[in-house]
Design a protein around this ligand. Structure first.
Ligand SMILES: [Cu+2]
Length: 217
């Protein structure tokens, strides 16, 4: 078992060297963002993609990071980016062990800065995997100002279009209210005229009936 592990670690070390030589150990954010960035990390004692530490994971602010973790060890490991990193993120993968087992973890890189991802495994009172070096940098590049001003312009356009749409609706409602108000004025005037006419009619009928009474008496 030990020799199997030793040979596995040797293979991992060679693989890591090859990957590093090809620039694959650092996941760089070169294309336009935001985008979904898929990446994979092998977990061994006590590192990611190697027996010590882990590669820098570099993304741009706003990117979605989909990380596949592949166990290459007989003991549990995980991938954590949380307040202990320290970081504003709160991400913790499942703990997995045994060669070939995988789990995935996903996050949106909303907060720019350099943080430490790490393995949180470690029995109470024992040296943790992180203390043994199982950690790496998670680097989130702030959005370039050009992107920011483009976003601000887009937002500004949306606000302008909302404002003009609200203004349109308000002027339509105002026109409808004006029409209603003039119709009410006409109705009021007609009602007033009707009341006046009724009063006149009553007055006339009273005076007519008085004259009739006078004549009778
Ligand atoms: Cu670990």
């Amino acid at each position: 078992m030990t020799s199997k592990l030793a040979s596995l670690l040797t293979i991992m070390a060679v693989l890591t060297t090859v990957l590093t030589a090809n620039g694959y150990s650092q996941v760089q954010a070169q294309q336009a963002s935001p985008q979904v960035r898929q990446m994979a990390l092998y977990m061994v004692r006590f590192g990611y993609n190697g027996t010590q530490g882990g590669p820098d994971i570099v993304v741009n602010q706003g990117d979605t990071v989909r990380l596949t973790l592949i166990s290459n060890d007989t003991v549990n490991h995980d991938w954590v980016l949380d307040a202990s990193s320290p970081s504003p993120y709160n991400v913790k993968s499942a703990r997995i062990r045994n060669v070939g087992n995988t789990t995935t973890v996903e996050l949106v890189a909303n907060f720019p800065g350099t943080f430490k991802y790490y393995c949180s495994v470690g029995a109470p009172g024992m040296t943790t995997h992180r203390q043994r070096g199982m950690e790496g940098n998670f680097i989130v590049n702030a959005l370039p100002s050009a992107d920011l001003s483009a976003q601000v312009k887009t937002l500004d356009d949306q606000v302008q279009s909302l404002v003009s749409s609200v203004n349109d609706q308000m002027s339509q409602q105002k026109a409808a209210l004006d029409t209603l108000s003039s119709q009410i004025s006409v109705l009021l005037a007609l009602s007033a005229a009707a009341i006046i006419l009724s009063i006149v009619a009553i007055a006339l009928s009273i005076s007519a009936s008085r004259k009739k009474t006078d004549r009778v008496s």
